[in-house]
Design a protein around this ligand. Structure first.
Ligand code: MN
Length: 399
């Protein structure tokens, strides 16, 4: 018999599907949240016969269970942990641990891709085109590589995963992987997936208007309350707010925070670790501990969301040679300009700031981080220019 304890996300359930393909009814599977894993391990070690082979995928046991598993391994040899999280690398010290972030070809791994490789090399599962395609979609989704590659099939697979129950998803995928030559969605799935995509778009549009900006330690963070679509939302908010180091998405119901960054120089797994969580460089999470609550909820509760940059302007454009106009909540007006396209400067309420910048983006980054500004709409921009023109005319009359 086999027992698989895996994560309850797409990558974790991908492992369960592979295990069922390999072992059929000889495997029992439990999908767990990060916090529920240790209970399951304890239950397994207390209740299972020593003949059962234990797989743990996409999740890390705590220190106590690490020791218990080592004892179980020494007694039986029946354990394999497979993971790709940076925070799990210490399991490589055990014969039963294999944690790999990047494979020998330089591709980021996922738990599903690691288990696939394991099962195939141990002769437990036969490679097919359909299974390989499925595993690759899961890997690209989990590592976010799909975005770089424009592989929307991967995003759609994850969307489908959330549209149906885990049992239904498993059943659909098992049936497809056993019978099809290639992996694809059927017509009905394609229809509901396109409806779902529209729904996600509307959700993200609403959340963009709720994002607040705050300064925590050395970092500038965007904070938003969100229960769903964390990957899509965190990515979109991060890209629209490049001046923020990371986005923190708070789920009050489950008392958890998800962290996302779009920057290569920021490691959100280190930020999550401060509050006892973990994850990847660009995607991590932690429980909403009292400490985290104070910093992310209490300290940001009074902050107003910053309006989005105006999107449909024809005149007030970024990096324009006429200068670009911004405003903040205190009604200060900022003009970002360059007289020679080399040095960029900022005027605040007609008074130049001391700093100079090497590019428009650097100047805007500074402005957005320090003054919480947004690009104003054309009509406000034109109003402002008219006021200035009036002033100039009056000055001339007075002369
Ligand atoms: Mn994973």
């Amino acid at each position: 018999m086999y027992k698989l304890l895996s994560h309850n996300d797409l990558d974790g359930v991908g492992c369960g599907i592979l295990a069922k393909l390999a072992f059929n009814d000889k495997v029992r599977i439990r999908y767990n949240s990060i916090t529920a894993l240790d209970r399951e391990i304890e239950f397994f070690l207390e209740n299972d016969q020593q003949k059962t082979f234990l797989f743990i995928t996409d999740l890390s046991p705590n220190e106590e269970n690490e020791k218990r598993i080592q004892d179980y391994y020494q007694a039986t040899g029946n354990v394999q942990l497979l993971d790709h999280h940076k925070t799990a690398l210490h399991f490589n010290q055990y014969e039963w641990g294999k944690v790999l972030i990047e494979d020998e070809h330089g591709y980021l791994t996922s738990a599903t891709s690691l288990l696939y490789q394991y099962l195939v090399t141990h002769g437990l599962l036969e490679k097919t085109a359909a299974i390989s395609e499925f595993v690759e979609l899961v890997r690209q989704y989990d590592t976010w590589e799909w975005e770089k590659n424009g592989n929307f099939q991967a995003q759609r697979l994850n969307a489908l995963f959330f549209l149906v129950s885990i049992e239904e998803f498993e059943e659909k995928m098992l049936d497809r992987l056993k019978t099809s030559d290639r992996f694809d969605f059927d017509e009905f799935e394609k229809k509901i997936l396109s409806m779902e995509e529209e729904k996600i778009e509307r959700y993200i549009r609403r959340k963009k208007r709720e994002l607040v900006q705050t300064n925590l330690g050395d970092f500038y963070a965007g904070v938003v309350y969100a229960e769903s679509y964390h990957s899509e939302l965190g990515n979109e908010l991060g890209k629209e707010n490049m001046h923020l180091d990371y986005i923190a998405m708070i789920n009050m119901g489950s008392k958890r925070i998800s962290f996302r960054t779009v920057h290569d120089h920021i490691d959100v797994s280190a930020i999550a670790a401060v509050y006892g969580g973990g994850g990847h460089q660009k995607a991590a999470g932690c429980s909403l501990t009292m400490e985290a609550y104070k910093q992310f909820v209490l300290a940001t509760f009074h902050i107003e969301p910053i309006p989005e940059d105006a999107k449909r302007n024809r005149y007030n454009l970024k990096a324009s040679s006429f200068g670009t106009f911004y405003k903040n909540q205190q009604e200060d007006v900022f003009i970002l300009f360059s007289s020679d396209d080399i040095d960029w400067g900022i005027e605040k309420n007609n008074t130049p700031l001391a700093q100079n910048f090497a590019s428009f983006h650097e100047a805007e980054w500074f402005l957005k981080r320090n003054y919480q500004v947004w690009l104003v709409r054309d009509d406000l921009f034109v109003d402002y220019l008219m006021q200035m023109a009036n002033k100039v005319r009056h000055q001339h009359k007075g002369m």
